[in-house]
Ligand binder design. Sequence first.
Ligand SMILES: [Zn+2]
Length: 60
Amino acid sequence: MSDPLLRVCRVCARYSFRPECPDGHGPTRTPHPARFDPADRYGKYRRQLQEAARGRLSAP
Ligand SMILES: [Zn+2]
């Protein structure tokens, strides 16, 4: 699941199953990177902690 087969070129947006674009544009990427990343659910709290560390927000 962390490495889906379908990939897309970041230059011509052509879908491919190869790690590189068939047209030679370079390496492809996954169409939906980190779509189901569970860590992202805590991004809000992570940013709050970062703000607190900078002294902009009063730490709990
Ligand atoms: Zn391409």
